[in-house]
Design a protein around this ligand. Structure first.
Ligand code: 5GP
Length: 178
């Protein structure tokens, strides 16, 4: 992939401003109630660390690792739990933090996993990006930053073959330019 073909979709300023708005909504919802913030690695790492910095309630951060992409730009359609070890979440507020909901299969897998294993106080799903148009599973994010089209997005946690997660903005390449 030629980095020069990357077109900017959301600048660093736009991303940070939207994160602050999401955090304001969450601060309102949770008040001073403790929250377990579960970051889905690797893609959500930038978003999760920036988001929690604006949250005011007591937070415990957990990290889990799932994979569904084939390494390049296509999803395998099958979610693998690479590492999903979590503490006891019974009667806890759980906030799942994802980078992007695409087919929704990852979100569904995670929500089903939590449902089967814990009786949480609340479970909320937050994704920075939402590709509603490509949804297969019947899931909706409780909080999302931006709705996006069916483009392959790169940067701010989202990778291309492992690279470019460190970009401070989110860009896209047309699928036929990959
Ligand atoms: P889903 O299970 O909803 O189809 O996909 C979720 C995962 O697919 C995301 O957490 C992300 O890792 C990956 N993904 C989906 N769309 C994109 C995209 O446009 N760019 C990148 N880099 N990853 C994506």
């Amino acid at each position: 992939m030629d980095i020069n073909k990357l077109k900017i979709l959301f600048t660093e300023e736009q991303i940070q401003a939207r994160i602050k708005e999401l955090a304001d909504e969450m601060n309102e919802f949770y008040g001073n109630d403790e929250v377990y913030a579960i970051c889905v690695l690797k893609g959500a790492v930038m978003f999760a660390v920036d988001l929690v910095k604006h949250l005011n309630m007591p937070i415990k951060m957990e990290f889990i690792r799932l994979s569904s992409y084939n390494g390049g730009t296509s999803t395998s359609g099958k979610v693998n739990a690479v590492d999903i070890s979590l503490p006891d979440l019974n009667e806890k507020n759980v906030l799942i933090i994802e980078d992007i909901v695409d087919t929704g299969l990852t979100a569904k897998f995670l929500l089903d996993f939590l449902n089967c294993n814990f009786h949480t106080k609340s479970t909320k799903f937050c994704s920075l990006l939402d590709k509603k148009i490509t949804r297969i599973a019947d899931v909706d994010a409780d909080y999302y930053g931006f709705e996006v089209d069916d483009k392959f997005l790169i940067g701010y946690g989202l990778d291309y073959d492992g690279y470019y997660r460190n970009l401070r903005y989110i860009g896209y390449v047309e699928k036929d330019a990959l």
